[in-house]
Design a protein around this ligand. Sequence first.
Ligand SMILES: Nc1ncnc2c1ncn2[C@@H]1O[C@H](COP(=O)(O)OP(=O)(O)OP(=O)(O)O)[C@@H](O)[C@H]1O
Ligand SMILES: [Mg+2]
Length: 533
Amino acid sequence: MSAQDQVNILMVDDQPGKLLTYEAILSELGENLIKASSAKEALEKLLKTDVAVVLMDVSMPEIDGFELAEIVRQHPRFQKTAIIFISAVHLTDLDRLKGYQHGAVDYLSVPIVPEVLRAKVRVFAELHRKNQQLARLNSELEQRVVDRTQELERKAVMLEELNRDLGQRNQELDAIVHTAPDIIFSRQSDGTRDYISSRFYEYTGAPPDSAVGVGWLEYMHADDREHSLEHWLRCAQSGETYECEYRLRGADGQYRWFRARAVPLRNPQGVIIKWYGTCSNIHDSKLLEQSIRDNANELERMVDIRTAELRRLSNRLMTLQDEERRRIAREIHDGLGQELAAAKMILDGILVKDASPATRQAAMDASQLVDRTIKQVRTISHLLHPPLLDEVGLVSALRWYLEGLSERSGIAIHLEVDPPDLGRLRPELETAIFRIIQEALTNMFRHSGAHNGIVNLTEREGHIVVTVRDDGKGIEEQVVQFRPESVGVGIGGMRQRVTELGGRLRLANANPGTIVEVVIPSRQQERLIPATA
Ligand SMILES: Nc1ncnc2c1ncn2[C@@H]1O[C@H](COP(=O)(O)OP(=O)(O)OP(=O)(O)O)[C@@H](O)[C@H]1O
Ligand SMILES: [Mg+2]
């Protein structure tokens, strides 16, 4: 038994020998035994300690047991303390009755039977211990009740504060919702609208609260309902943000465009519990957008028309230019050329007639001069429009042209034709190809610094492929990209001719040198790129 569990047993007797006897008998109970040799000492001990059982001798000097018991009982703390009287003299039933009247719980007479005394004291000690435990448990229980009550009170206060806070937040939210220019709504997870802000009612003129559920649908344009509902059902299933445009009927009966947007609110498990959204009036911006789109389309259409017109004009210009060149070439050849031939004949006539040596020498010089002029005139005429192009075709005209250029420029230029017996092509195609090669070779002469050049003319799979390649310094990347600021009239014209014929022009660096490649459909209906491009 621990010291904490021990109870106090007070033994009161004026004879020390008896006290020792009681001590010997009770010691085996393991309780705390306190001795008092007088009623006074007993009272002192009682006031200082909590006593479970008082073993009291009835006959003591000064204050006897009965008197002591009475004093003890009067004290509120000791009203339930077990008092056992021991007496060697008073043995009558009356004596016992007196003992009980003075608050005894038991009465033992001498001689004491140790087992009886021990058994009785044990019972009361145990009773006292149980009472003490019960009192302890009671006070613990009471403390717990007090703690719990305090906690509940604290929680009640917190809840009240939270409620107040919530109320304030609600007021703030209401203020925001009412000042927002958009309609604000919420939907349950099944899709029914459970809240629509006052903006909706202001705009539609709908009776209060009539729009929740599916009531608002009545104000949506009939043509927009199916699409918007379908889209909503898809979003409600997938959980993706809902975005949709539709028309709503205003109180004035006019439909205006709105854009709705709603996002889901999920619980911690990820399940959608609600949707919140806004619906904004986008009518004006939508009309503006539409008018901008219409204007842009109109502008594009006008640009297309202008471009086609310009293309037609420039095509016509090139055709006229070719024809004019042909006419001037003929004029020079047939007019100037013939006149010069006539002049030469006259000069040669002078030579055969009798003339002074000085005149003959002058006539000879003049004749040689006219000869050189005739040659120059013919070259100019041929360069303007090689007569061979019309008469014997592209390949022969190219051979003649390349020969002359090689001679004049010092660049060795070769012509390769595949198939070697390439026949005649459409006249406009032959002229265009001749002019393209002419410009490419002029560029080679002017810009490349090349020593060698190859012109390749191939017909395969319904296309004419022309490549003009040199071993010069190469072409700049900006020109390869056809940057407008880097391209001149030469390449610009080449490109235009090729495009007109439905073909494609490509420039590339050959490292070393430059490649100009042209692919044109050899039959008119095949076009690599649309004519409008
Ligand atoms: N074979 C080439 N080698 C190197 N650079 C070239 C070659 N061909 C063209 N270029 C470059 O491309 C540029 C554009 O050529 P393009 O024929 O369009 O104009 P241009 O020859 O300068 O003037 P023009 O309008 O008189 O033809 C040239 O200025 C030149 O720098
Ligand atoms: Mg050029």
